[in-house]
Design a protein around this ligand. Structure first.
Ligand code: PLP
Length: 334
């Protein structure tokens, strides 16, 4: 039987309709600005997010890095969560390639950084310190939606202190669908936003950096330097456009599947399930249950990641019937 792959929402296969859209895409050389599909995607995502301009990138890591480097000069600093993707999971690119110093800060259980911690870590104008230039937040974080009142307060604090703001919105569409808040309202307080088409939206490749024209122009130059100037990238942009047309509202199905998975695991001794807000379910295990559990689940046909804390991510290629089967496997194995 086909394994149920809950390792990540990045494992989706392009659908037949998406492949057809890719095959039919009009393309040109995007380094010359000639690719109509890339240009259409950039205009479309900028309008959806409610900003002036957008830049298509091969990955979210590159999109975030273009954003960080467009905001910060060599020797500047960004404030970022200790467990945030833009600090911990991007190979140190901001420091290595941008000469930008991260100031990682402790995150609360909901992903937020205390306002007092943000304020206390904005360095005074003094030759001893790097120049604090940017606050970077992430939404969703670990599948959790950052409270919008917090987003408003943190970005207002940053602005008051003269900092720019960046949102790693790899899964911000999940936040919008789950909360019912319009996407543009969620991201309005930020100067720049990175969104991924290759997570829950189900495109094979691609992210975008969105923000003011002048910032995106700087990011465009940086993308070229990072090796992200792609030629007939319209075949990829067509997949992302198809995803925006057909795969946004259906994220609600992934969220319902995540809830069903969490509910199906209730009541197992030594197993604690975090109620999911979007498409990621974390399951904590007592040590006796944890030994070799990922391998045992794999052998039983359910793929996930983790050690004591297992992570299950629902997506386009997981049906509610798959979730019922996964629950049965998990209950038997745990
Ligand atoms: C996946 C992800 C990214 C970008 O990852 P790529 O694999 O480089 O596309 C950025 N931020 C978060 C929170 C992510 O989950």
């Amino acid at each position: 039987m086909r394994p149920i792959d809950l390792r990540s929402d990045t494992v989706t296969q392009p659908t037949a309709a998406m492949r057809a859209a890719m095959a039919a895409a009009e393309v040109g050389d995007d380094v010359f600005g000639d690719d109509p599909s890339v240009n259409a995607l950039q205009a479309r995502i900028a309008a959806m997010v409610g900003k002036e301009a957008a830049l298509f990138t091969p990955t979210g890591t590159q999109s975030n890095l273009c954003g960080l480097m467009a905001h910060c000069q060599r020797g500047d600093e960004y404030l970022v969560g200790q467990m945030a993707h833009t600090y911990r999971w991007e190979g140190g690119g901001a420091a290595v390639l941008g000469s930008i110093q991260p100031q990682p800060l402790v995150q609360q259980a909901d992903g937020s950084i205390l306002l007092a911690d943000i304020e206390a870590n904005i360095k005074p104008d003094d030759a001893h310190f790097a120049k604090t230039r940017l606050l970077a937040l992430e939404n969703t974080w670990g599948g959790q939606i950052l409270p919008q009142a917090y987003v408003e307060a943190a970005t207002a604090l940053a602005r008051r202190k003269g900092l720019a703001t960046h949102l790693d919105g790899a899964r911000v569409f999940n936040a919008a669908v789950a909360s019912g808040l319009p996407l543009a309202d969620i991201v309005r307080p930020f100067d720049s936003i990175s969104v991924c088409f290759s997570k829950g939206l189900g495109a094979p490749v691609g992210s975008a950096l969105v923000g003011p024209k002048e910032l995106i122009a700087r990011a465009h130059r940086i993308r070229k330097m990072l090796g992200g100037g792609m030629r007939q990238a319209g075949v990829l942009a067509a997949a992302a456009l198809h995803a925006l047309d057909h795969h946004v509202e259906r994220l609600a199905d992934d969220h319902a599947n995540a809830r069903a998975l969490a509910e199906g695991l209730q009541g197992l001794p030594g197993v604690t399930v975090q109620p999911p807000q979007t498409n990621i379910v974390f399951v904590d295990l007592v040590p006796e249950k944890a030994a070799g559990v990922v391998d045992r689940l794999r052998a039983a046909g359910v793929l996930c990641t983790g050690l004591y804390r297992l992570r299950f991510v629902t997506h386009l290629d997981v049906s509610s019937a798959d979730i019922a089967r996964a629950v049965a496997v998990l209950r038997a194995t745990l």
